[in-house]
Every structure is written in C-alpha cells, then in structure tokens.
Design a protein around this ligand. Sequence first.
Ligand SMILES: Cc1ncc(COP(=O)(O)O)c(C=O)c1O
Length: 377
Amino acid sequence: MISVNEPLLGHRELEYVTDCVRTGWISSGGRYIEEFEEKWAKYCGRRYGITVSNGTVALQVAVASLGLNPGDEVLMPTFTIISCPIAVTYNGGKPVLVDSDPQTWCMDVTQIEKKITPRTRAIMPVHIYGHPVDMDPILALARKHNLAVVEDAAEAHGARYLSGRDTAAPDWRTCGSFGDLSCFSFYANKLITTGEGGMVLTDNAALADKARSLRNLCFQPQRRFYHQELGFNFRLTNLQAALGVAQLERMDEIIERKRWMGKEYCQRLQGIHGLQLPIEEPWARSVYWMYGVVLSEETGMDAVRFAVKLKERRIETRPFFLGMHQQPVFHEQGLFANEHYPVAERIARQGLYLPSGLSLTEEQLSQVCDAVCAVLK
Ligand SMILES: Cc1ncc(COP(=O)(O)O)c(C=O)c1O
C-alpha cells in the first residue's frame, strides 16, 4: 500500500531528542522550547512564538486571547477542520460560515463582507492543503470593519503570498505572517512535525503575553499560585520542541520536495477528463501539503467510490473535509441548520487527496498516477 503520508525523520531529530533524555529536560522547560519558538517566529517573519500542544488548541488560545463576548461572531470557511469552529464556540462565540473558492478551495473572499454584522469580531482564514488564501481582501475588510484576523496556517508551513499585487511595491510574505494571531499545527502529517504540537505567532506583545499565560494555567509571574484568570495546560514538551528544531533545519529541502511532488502530479495528471487538479494562483507559492483532486460529477463516481477503486490498486487516500454546516453536532446546537454552501458541498463529495508524504518516491508517484488514469478510463 502506498500510504497517504509519512514523516521524514533523520539523525538530527534523534540527536536532539536524545539530548533531552540525556539532560533530563523532558517537560515544558528547556532550551529547545525557546529555540523552536524563536526560530519558527523568525522564519515566518513574526516577533513572538508561543508553543502549544497541538494546532487545535493553538486556535483555542488565539481566540481566547481576543477576549470574545458571548455571541460575538467569527467568520471562517465552512470547508475546514472542526478545530476552527470549536475554537470559537469553546470561547462563547458564534462561528459564521463562508463558502469556498472553486479553484483554490480556500475561503471565497468575495463572499465575506455580506456576512459581517455588528457582532462580528474576527475573521479566521484557513490556507487549505498548502495553498494560501487571498489575504489582501481579508486584511482590507478587517481594517475597514475593525476586525481581528486569526490566521490558520496549520497546512501551509512556508507557503508564500504576494501581498500588494496591485501596488507599486508587491511583497512575497510567508503564510502565518498575516494574522493578529497566526496558528500552526505540527502533527505528524504536517510539513514539519513535533509528533503532536502547535504554535501561535503574533507581533503584538500584549497578545503574546496573554497567549503565553493562557497556555500555562494563568500562573502569575510574581505570585505563582494566585490566579486572576482561568487558563489551560496546553504546554509543549522540550522533547517535542527538539524534534521541531531539527525539522526546521531542513525546511528548504522539505518545501522543495513538496513543490516537486505537486508539480510532478500536475504534469502527469493534466488532461485527464473529469479530474480537477489543484492550481497555483500567480500570487501564491503553494507547498502542496496534500495533493487534492476533485472528480467531476460527469464521471458518475464520487470520492468514496474513487477511494475504493484506488485502494484496490493499493493506493491510500483521504477524503476532503466535510463542511462545518453539514455536521450533526452543530445542528444539535442550533447552528447552520438550513445553510447551504454549494462549492464546499461539491468538493466534499467529489474530492480526496492522493499520497503526498515527504517519503513518496518518484516510482510511487508514477504508480499513483497510473492507478488514477486506469480508474478514470
Ligand atoms: C486547517 C487546520 N487547522 C487546525 C488543525 C488542527 O491541528 P492539530 O491536529 O494539531 O490539532 C488542522 C489539523 O490537521 C488543520 O488541518
């Protein structure tokens, strides 16, 4: 079976983790935590990094740092992981959904403004499968309506976006550099991994202090066991951060490998009737976190059936997200009951992603492409 994803771990990872074991720094203190926070923040062009135990709680801490009032609204794509809306509902807010762009599968930025109400506090753009969201219109709306931006860059480590493309001084910026708070996941299938892990980035010293405090039970620096606020234990361990530091050292190699994979798939699969491939907008440098494809309905096949056919040929796949408006758990809470988002619904039904791991060889990639061609013939 060609697996959908496998991490790439090497000697350096082993060396740094061994160093933690040897020195006894295995909990949330230790030099790798600070080093990972500093280096990742710098890589993304930010001032502060706050490590947390996974990407889901990174979003939770980021939203908690904004201090929502009950019923405050946060705009986000429906086509995303459940971590996004629960970060809002756990903080007493209300997620408000937006459909997807049919080409990039990210939030359709032309549909955001009509959803803004006097209760809107923030926008949560999500870079889907490694392709950046069109950030400039989102930042302009945030400025116009005085909204915060919580950027979810969990799937887009090192992806870049051409900011200010209509101006005299366009600028390529790294995903994760846009939000008032930006969030990452370092789960094992991400471009760089700490096993489980996450980080919140910001340039705002007050938000950084708040996020750091929330992560660590709101212990007070002067009087440790005296609490003025309720926090969480969302700390990352030094062991995990050691993995992250080692992984970050090969970021360029990882991105090169992912971009090779993305381009190679595109070249080999182009022209197959009924198969929509990921695009790369001229203002984007995708990192092809996962190589997604969408079948047209004309093929008479949906993604479930396509996955079964590929599995028969020993190719593992994963289905696309199912929109948040289609989740029974939210209907029970009185959310999104009669809402419809046609693009998100279609790509959820017709989309899946192919093996996209860093260990995927050229030969395996050829086998995947041959299997896709054979199934769709
Ligand atoms: C867009 C997005 N946000 C958040 C997360 C949550 O990250 P984690 O799995 O580390 O909790 C993921 C996980 O894959 C994700 O894809």
